[in-house]
Design a protein around this ligand. Structure first.
Ligand code: NAI
Length: 262
């Protein structure tokens, strides 16, 4: 019995919109039960209502700030109470903020708090229960190409995603030590995906960008195929000339290289 079967339970963080919401939709379309979490209560509520219309009785939601361990434990308790043992955890919540390698302490703390501590808090709250349940289960953490290629412009984000890659590799190693646990760990690396995080002022998806729904389907395909790195291959969006992304980054990126002077 696979993870994406009818009646199985998924928890997805940062799922009020973007990639997380698309993953929730994809899980529900396979008959799963889903708990969505986000720190933005209003958008979360709207998302839960819309999802419930298509899948009555199979959607729970919990306001949760993933950077706060107690809040993630609250999410776990809510998910267990509503849907029983958790078979899929998607640590998806993330933020991208402009930051330099020095200073910007508030940006560093916010970014690492959500992107790195959010993942570690998720593992702390859910993995012991997954081990105990002795059912097939999977953890998907959201990495980024930026955590691998380290392009200029956003030091804290790149560092946080590089750290998530390291944590996920360690998680996979730990899972392999546990006999007959049937647990798997995956790093999902989306190509540039058109969401609230990346859209800026744009209202239309740039040519070549992924849609959140495509990323969600790619994730399921990758988990089912047993891939550790689930890569959404690069698309045609040009990193250097995509002004929206430069605006989202540090703003001093010229032709993909750091500007030495202005
Ligand atoms: P998004 O901004 O559309 O959605 C992120 C969601 O996380 C939002 O609903 C937000 O309210 C929530 N969130 C933020 N901080 C939170 C916290 N502390 N606790 C709970 N929820 C919180 O972003 P998108 O694009 O859907 O990103 C999802 C994940 O995919 C992120 O981890 C991001 O870094 C990663 N990613 C996105 C790419 C893209 O091109 N959009 C590319 C590579 C990775």
């Amino acid at each position: 019995m696979g993870v994406f079967e009818e009646g199985r339970s998924a928890v997805i963080t940062g799922a009020a919109g973007g990639i997380g919401l698309a993953i929730a939709r994809a899980c529900l379309s396979r008959g799963m039960r889903v708990t969505i979490a986000d720190r933005d209560g209003e958008r979360l509520e709207r998302a839960a209502v819309a999802l419930s219309e298509a899948a009555p009785g199979r959607v729970a939601h919990a306001v949760c700030d993933v950077s706060d361990a107690a809040s993630v434990e609250g999410l776990r308790d809510a998910a267990l109470a509503m849907h029983g043992p958790v078979d899929l955890l998607v640590n998806n919540a993330g933020i991208g903020r402009a930051s330099k390698p020095w200073g910007d302490r508030a940006a560093w703390e916010a970014t690492l708090g959500v992107n790195l501590w959010g993942v570690v808090n998720g593992l702390g709250a859910f993995v012991p229960g997954m081990i105990e349940a002795k059912r097939e289960a999977a953890v998907v953490n959201l990495g980024s190409k930026q955590g691998i290629t380290n392009p200029p412009g956003n030091a804290a984000y790149n560092a946080s995603k590089a750290a998530v890659k390291a944590v996920t590799e360690q998680l996979a190693w730990e899972f392999r030590q546990i006999e007959r646990a049937r647990l798997s760990a995956h790093l999902l690396v989306p190509g540039f995906t058109f969401t609230g995080m990346t859209a800026g002022d744009a209202t239309e998806k740039p040519a070549g960008a992924w849609t959140p729904d495509q990323v969600a389907e790619r994730m399921i395909e990758g988990v089912e195929a047993g891939q550790f790195y689930i890569i959404c291959p690069d698309n045609e969006v040009d990193w250097a000339t995509d002004r929206k992304r430069i605006a989202w980054g540090a703003g001093d990126v010229t032709e993909g290289r750091p500007a030495l002077s202005r």
